[in-house]
Design a protein around this ligand. Structure first.
Ligand SMILES: [Zn+2]
Length: 271
């Protein structure tokens, strides 16, 4: 029964997101499958966190959309998320959800909160940070870089990262109470906030650091800008730095994996 409820809810939300152009066709399919698993193999705790991440991120990406358009030309991808992005953000959470269904243990939920706090923090930071009036600074050199460039940090973006991570921790507390998550209802709100806030913020910073170092960057031979896309201004770009396979999705997933492990460690220490 929970699989059917999950499927109905997941398809409704994904279709609405496709309609709003927050998801591409492949993104919609991936999100529908993912939501179904989160509810079917999990429960409201898992599904609610996914929904909070998804709805807040989609809403923030619509903020001042015109000002973001310029920056988005240099992103690997636009505000319309495809299957790769959906999996990079929610794939680890889905794995933890399935793991918990097969071998129930509270550690899965802790790992999950860290992973989701990280992707939420990172997305909020990107969306709010791009609204900053001053261009971001490189996390490595501290020099001003073009808005939207991976590896850039701003005060507004960092604040957004912390806010997103803390919100996921707070929501986890509420959803754990609602769904009667065994073994976790005794963890107080502050505990959840510390776990979500610290792991998520650390994940977002790692994401920026990897974005400035390992992530593949290219230079456009026409306009001369550093971009994350293999094609710009209608021409092929040339490699600038980073590892070829280390794209934005890969950086996202590795950071959320690290955040999940941090949350797991914090959770076992606090409980
Ligand atoms: Zn160009």
């Amino acid at each position: 029964m929970s699989w059917i409820i999950g499927a109905v809810c997941a398809i409704a939300v994904s279709a609405a997101a496709y309609w709003k152009r927050s998801l591409s066709l492949s993104g919609m399919a991936a999100a529908a499958v993912m939501g179904t698993v989160y509810f079917g193999a999990g429960n409201l705790f898992w599904f609610g966190i996914l929904l909070l991440f998804f709805i807040s991120s989609s809403a923030f990406s619509k903020l001042k959309a015109s000002r973001k358009q310029e920056a988005e030309k240099s992103y690997a991808k636009s505000g319309t998320r495809d299957a790769g992005q959906v999996l990079a953000n929610g794939g680890l959470g889905m794995a933890a959800c399935i793991g918990n269904a097969l071998w129930p243990h509270p550690g899965w939920a802790m790992f999950f909160i860290g992973a989701m706090a990280s992707v939420t923090a990172d997305t909020w930071a990107t969306e709010w940070g791009s609204l900053s009036r001053k261009p971001p600074r490189s996390i490595l050199s501290g020099q001003r870089i073009a808005p939207g460039t991976s590896g850039g940090v701003s005060l507004l973006g960092s604040f957004a990262a912390l806010a997103g991570a803390v919100i996921i921790g707070g929501a986890a507390w509420l959803l754990a109470l609602w769904s009667g998550l065994e073994g976790y209802t005794e963890l107080p709100l502050l505990g959840w906030i510390i776990i979500g806030g610290l792991s998520g913020f650390a994940g977002a910073m790692l994401d920026s650091y990897m974005g400035a170092t390992l992530q593949s960057m290219y230079r456009c031979t026409v306009c001369g800008r550093s971009v994350e896309v293999p094609k710009h201004c209608g021409e092929n770009t040339v490699p600038l730095r980073g590892w070829g396979w280390m794209n934005n999705d890969m950086v996202n997933m590795i950071s959320s994996l690290a955040a999940g492990i941090i949350a797991l460690a914090l959770g076992s220490w606090l409980l």
